[in-house]
Design a protein around this ligand. Structure first.
Ligand code: NAD
Length: 286
């Protein structure tokens, strides 16, 4: 079967170009403050990519790059920026130091500047289909990618593997709500789900967000299914570090009607959604 490659990089470029025009017409640039409090290799790269993307569309950024090992230390960094009128978005890069209370930090961000959509109020708004909230960037990016490729979700069975608060749970809420690009029947799988192979074979759309390299193999995918690979795993192949998803692309792709690559699929869509959320925050306050 020939498949459509769901090219997140190309779609993200189109969205960014539109956002650039929108931002240029605003009276002042939107402004994002990013906190990198527990730097390690991946976080530093993710933050750098987000800052570059902001700059490209004309969003101003401030990076607070200060290691924190306690909740109070990080709260002290966040508080002075939280209610600044010239700040439209606050983003705390995860993971945090293990001694820092993630929930406490998320709740310290004013919900109207929570462009990552992590605050409980925004999660609640998502559950209640209140459009004034912020939808977490990766689920929003996945929905945008599906809709741009005219992949129907209404009445379809979507199996999401991984129930994190950043990806699996909000995506399940988003795709199971009423309205366009939703109305799906969603199954949210986790490590304790028995017989993942049989479950996945009942899926019209599989979303792999477990963080396990090559978890999804050809025997799990029925002919013509759509496969969305969220995973980002660094593994060593022939002595070199490589970035791979949760899907064994080479063996799975021939069975799909559409599939995302890694890299270049969900990742760029996550960043495009972050930029959209920042512009939305700016517009809501002005
Ligand atoms: P997480 O690491 O917080 O949780 C993983 C989830 O997967 C858990 O719910 C766990 O129960 C489930 N899981 C793990 N192994 C499983 C198995 N064998 N069978 C069934 N379920 C299993 O999840 P996360 O933060 O959502 O990250 C998941 C992956 O997605 C990681 O690789 C991460 O780097 C990547 N990610 C990518 C983007 C992007 O923009 N592309 C964004 C966020 C996360």
């Amino acid at each position: 079967m020939s498949y459509t490659l769901l090219d997140g990089k190309a779609l993200s470029a189109t969205i960014r170009a539109e956002l650039k025009r929108t931002v240029a017409a605003l009276p002042s640039p939107p402004h994002l403050v990013v906190f990198l409090s527990h730097p390690h290799h991946s976080s530093t790269i993710y933050v750098r990519n987000k800052l570059i993307a902001c700059k490209e569309v004309g969003i101003a950024t401030t990076l607070i790059d200060t290691p924190c090992t306690t909740t109070e230390e990080l709260l002290r960094l966040i508080r002075p920026h939280a209610h600044r009128a010239d700040v439209n978005g606050l983003l705390v890069q995860f993971p945090l130091h293990p001694d820092v209370d993630q929930r406490h930090i998320i709740e310290a961000i004013p919900p109207e500047k929570d462009v990552d959509g992590a605050h409980p109020l925004n999660m609640g708004k998502l559950a209640m289909q209140d459009p004034s909230g912020f939808i977490p960037c990766t689920p929003l990016g996945i929905q945008t990618l599906l809709s741009a490729h005219h992949i129907p979700t209404r009445g379809k069975h979507v199996v999401i593997i991984g129930r994190s608060l950043t990806v699996g749970k909000p995506l399940a809420l988003l795709l199971s709500q009423t309205g366009p690009h939703a109305d799906a029947t969603v199954t949210l799988a986790n490590r304790s789900t028995p017989d993942l192979v049989s479950l996945c074979r009942t899926a019209d759309i599989i979303v792999a967000a477990a963080g396990r390299a090559r978890l999804i193999t050809a025997d799990m995918v029925r002919e013509g299914a759509v496969v969305i690979d969220v995973g980002i795993n660094r593994i060593e192949i022939e002595g070199k570090e490589r970035l791979v998803g949760d899907v064994d692309f080479a063996t799975v792709s021939p069975h799909c009607s559409a599939i995302t690559p890694v890299p270049g699929g969900v990742g760029p869509m996550t960043i495009a959604s972050l930029l959209s959320n920042i512009v939305k925050s700016y517009k809501a306050r002005s």
